[in-house]
Design a binder for this molecule. Structure first.
Ligand SMILES: [Zn+2]
Length: 64
C-alpha cells in the first residue's frame, strides 16, 4: 500500500515558511538549512540536566 500525497503545495520551509527548494529540502535555502542545523547542534550540546555519569573506578582487582 503506497498512497501518494500530493502535498507539494504544503511543503514549506520549516524555518521561514517559504516554499522549499528542491536542492535544500526540507528548507528553502542553505541559510535556513544552516539555521536548523545550528539549532539542532545547540540542542545536542545543551543536554538538559547535564550531570555527567559518575565514573567510579573502584574495581581495582589487580591483586589476584
Ligand atoms: Zn526558509
Amino acid at each position: 500500500m503506497s498512497e501518494r500525497q500530493p502535498n507539494d503545495k504544503e511543503r514549506k520551509c520549516a524555518i521561514c515558511g517559504k516554499p522549499q527548494d528542491p536542492g535544500f529540502r526540507p528548507f528553502c535555502s542553505k541559510r535556513c538549512a544552516d539555521i536548523d542545523l545550528g539549532r539542532w547542534l545547540k540542542e545536542g550540546y545543551a543536554i538538559p540536566g547535564g550531570e555527567p555519569p559518575p565514573e567510579e573506578s573502584t574495581n581495582d582487582n589487580e591483586d589476584i
